[in-house]
Design a protein around this ligand. Sequence first.
Ligand code: FAD
Ligand code: NAD
Length: 470
Amino acid sequence: MADGFDVVVIGAGPGGYVAAIRAAQLGMTVACVDKRAAPGGTCLNIGCIPSKALLQSSERFAAVQHELAAHGVKVAGVTLDLKTMLARKDKVVADNTRGVEFLFRKNKVEYVKGAARLAARDRVAVALNSGGQRELSAKKAVILATGSDSANLPGIAIDEKRIVSSTGALALDAVPRQLIVVGGGYIGLEMGSVWRRLGSEVTVVEFLDRITPGMDDELSTALQRSLERQGFKFRLGTKVVEAKAGKNGVALALAPAKGGGSREDLAADVVLIAVGRVPHTADLGLKEAGVALDDKGRIKVDGRFATSVPGIYAIGDAIAGPMLAHKASEEGVVLVETLAGRQSTLDYDAVPAVIYTWPEVASVGKTEEQLKHAGTAYKTGKFPFSANARARANGFTEGFVKILADAKTDRVLGVHIVGPDAGTMIAEAALAMEFAASAEDIARTMHAHPTLEEAVKEAALAVDGHPIHI
Ligand code: FAD
Ligand code: NAD
């Protein structure tokens, strides 16, 4: 086994494994190192994929109970088999991680299982999971794709049973009666949805006075209303000051986020801490190698993903930007294509973001608040799913599509969707933005009938003030 490669990638998450495969496609010799038992990083093992498997299963469970009767489908005696649901989720994960191992073999990427550390700017020392050491050298580049870990709150001990991170929340062996979710962001709302649908009473404690910070305000408000109708309770502007796990549950204390006010004691069976993620940069030898971090502890890179040390690059959750799998993957592709001498870029204004709740929320481009803040003159077109024929036929009419376009040029600046399948529909908007489309371009594009996507076309028509179906 040769230990000299063109590229050594540390981390086999969606950033690292995609970079490794693309580099191999471009003719480079590549090793990809990861210390987990299986490749795929956070996303495949404990993130995107298991959470979506449980969202899908719990959505089915909720639909059978609450939706099918309206379609004339009567189902009696619905019960939950949580063990099977969790086993299915584990199988989905295993099938996906095996898929990455297959792709590594197919593309002749050498997959090395072990903990990597920078030994020099062009050398990586690996403590192999199977025991022993191996040193890999990199002629062209070492790529740091080490991802992120769950953030915690000071003084709160996560035991992954009673006080859990997303990882524990993906594997609870019983449905908690009371689930308190700390953090009203992606993870809190997605995992809160899973357990709410399976029967938990869910209270979300959010520090800010709104959920999903960073999303367009109108989307956040619509999502919160919809989740409240599903039984979620929200405690906004509130912080957790104490959480202690005991034999029968967790004792919590809440206080107003702004300070002052009195402390409120609460009890829960399980508390999910979902207050963000922090870049994973420990035990990598970054300091010794001279790799600089920014003020938030992320690996500092320039516009071409180069760190402060020549020959060492970084991508994904470990650097600045949205902590999203597709962003990590695209960075990996752009980086290795650039290393191969190709012109390759990525447009950070066209990174779609989706929260896979019901309804889903999906965004790409600028929010209305960002445009106002920047003083950009814009036009708005909005279309509700209640006026979309397919949404009516499907029986899900909540939500809307909102398109923001430049007031002068009509160029699409942002698209925000809350509604059924918003996460799928946002792809059209991302493509439009990638091509610098105008709202009129979308409006004049023929959309098949009857589809939910017609709401995107109608919102684009509404930018110019003449939607047809409302
Ligand atoms: P990671 O996926 O974190 O991979 C980094 C890898 O590096 C890890 O496997 C780690 O073991 C390895 N590593 C670190 N240090 C070393 C070392 N020294 N030696 C060897 N290996 C090392 N994003 C989405 O876009 N869509 C979603 O639906 C979504 N859902 C999510 C749900 C949850 C519950 C969570 C937690 C996250 C979710 N995310 C989602 C975020 C997504 O998982 C991350 O943005 C993505 O995984 C980042 O990819 P990455 O390659 O940068 O890092
Ligand atoms: P998040 O940043 O989405 O949300 C964290 C929330 O916690 C915020 O609303 C924040 O205001 C709040 N918060 C922070 N400190 C708090 C405190 N002390 N008390 C109460 N609330 C507090 O983070 P997350 O939900 O942990 O997810 C981490 C990241 O993982 C996301 O930002 C996203 O990038 C990624 N992710 C993506 C998806 C997806 O794409 N569907 C799903 C899950 C996770």
